[in-house]
Design a protein around this ligand. Structure first.
Ligand SMILES: *Cc1c(COP(=O)(O)O)cnc(C)c1O
Length: 414
């Protein structure tokens, strides 16, 4: 009977709760610009990853709606089974052109792009080396591949060098390997800092390893026309595997891999999350292509400029609320669109987020397992959709939320 099942789950949930790690969904009844309505309250959100506000841009909406009428709501099957719709090819051609690669491939999500790609590239007997702070999907994908998983200290080239030396000394296997894949991010999702890409590229080339760069938080935001960190540094052609999502700054939904023709052909033949999954909805592909086209226009440039000025103003608000030394870190090289405020204790972070919500702004408390235990934080994200009034609301909310109980700031967010 299901009684032991329910009891087991209840016990596990109790353990989650007692560690201050309980999560639940908060229904949003309405969304407009940076405002959300939840439980009858209007809140200004500093929680989304819609950095340019494109999820509500008229040209993106128009493209999505048109695709629904042109192609239908769903894609009917995997692209290898029932034919590959032109709307998906258009997106991939647009992506490849945008990133300056030979080819690109769309996935239903960025998560699916990672779990399809890493196991297609490496397997048992090979090595995957990830930055300690890479997104869960790349860690999951690395585990799924069956390759040996090694973790280097965040952005630490010496530590990576040490692990690459170890990998170089491994005995050769049947495939002439081991193949060695290094995985990192353009802009780290929970810290907002960037990978030292020039050094990483130099290092992986010296050791004959491959590099996969997840640009989930840099696509659309950094580099010329929002082409990302690799483009900003002129290193695109030296990164074997470029990954990103269409669901953040591009305001749509889906994930992608961009690179050589051989890479994309291999994924079409080997990436299980691509082969064994219904193609992304046409509306999402069309919306993403429209967003990419917007990147090249005045609208796109203005949105990126607005984001930068909102982020700079937001950083000043946070610095006033949390003065030195434990105040929020602003990182060189990042557009500043992700701003972590270190708190440390899980329950304290949640309590602070609750007080901010009561004061009218939504700033998420980020806890284990998204970040390490004891490094809970508030994570603010800024968007071109934020107004000056939104930033005033943020300042006022910080003033009210921090007055009774200043947060127990304990230094390093990482
Ligand atoms: C959000 C995110 C992903 C996953 O992308 P989705 O399209 O949301 O599945 C991958 N990597 C990083 C760094 C992310 O932040």
């Amino acid at each position: 009977m299901s009684e032991p099942f329910e009891e087991t789950l209840r016990q596990r949930l109790e353990a989650v709760r007692s560690q201050g790690l309980w999560r639940s969904l908060r229904p949003v009844d309405h969304r407009s610009g940076s405002e959300l309505e939840t439980g009858g309250h209007r809140l200004v959100s500093f929680a989304g990853n819609d950095y340019l506000g494109l999820s509500q841009h008229p040209a993106v909406l128009e493209a999505a709606v048109r695709a629904v009428y042109d192609w239908g709501c769903g894609s009917a099957a995997s692209r290898l089974i029932s034919g590959s719709l032109a709307v998906h090819h258009h997106l991939e051609d647009t992506l490849a052109e945008f990133l300056g690669t030979k080819a690109a491939l769309g996935f239903s999500t960025g998560h699916a792009a990672a779990t399809g790609t890493i196991p297609a590239l490496v397997g048992p007997g090979d090595v995957v080396i990830v930055d300690r702070l890479v997104h869960a999907c790349c860690v999951d994908a690395a585990r799924l591949s069956g390759a040996k998983l090694r973790v280097f200290r965040h952005n630490d080239l010496d530590d990576l060098d040490r692990i690459l030396r170890w990998a170089s000394a491994l005995p050769r296997n049947d495939s002439g390997g081991p193949r060695v894949l290094v995985v990192t991010e353009g802009v780290f999702s929970m810290d907002g800092d960037s990978a030292p890409l020039a050094g990483l590229v130099e290092l992986k080339e010296r050791h004959g390893a491959w590099l996969m760069l997840d640009e989930a938080h840099s696509t659309g935001v950094m580099g010329p026309e929002g082409r990302g960190l690799a483009a900003q540094l002129g290193l695109g052609s030296r990164v074997e595997v470029r990954m990103g999502t269409l669901g953040k700054a591009l305001g749509a939904s889906g994930g992608f891999i961009a690179g050589s023709r051989a890479l994309i052909d291999l994924l079409v033949n080997r990436a299980r999350s691509f082969i064994f999954s219904t193609a992304p909805v046409p509306a999402a592909a069309a919306a993403a292509a429209a967003a990419l086209e917007l990147m090249l226009t005045r609208d796109g440039e203005e949105a990126r400029q607005r984001l930068r000025s909102v982020a700079a103003a937001g950083a000043r608000v946070v610095a006033r609320a949390f003065p030195e030394p434990a105040g929020a870190a602003a990182y060189e090289g990042s557009a500043g669109h992700i701003l972590p405020v270190p708190v440390g204790d899980e329950a304290a972070a949640v309590a602070l987020a609750d007080r901010l919500r009561a004061a009218g702004v939504w700033v998420p408390a980020i806890r284990h397992p998204t970040v390490a235990r004891g490094s809970a934080r508030l994570r603010l994200t800024f968007s071109a959709a934020h107004t000056a009034a939104d930033l005033d609301s943020l300042e006022e909310a910080f003033n009210r939320a921090c007055i009774q109980t200043p947060p127990n700031l304990s230094g390093d967010a990482a």
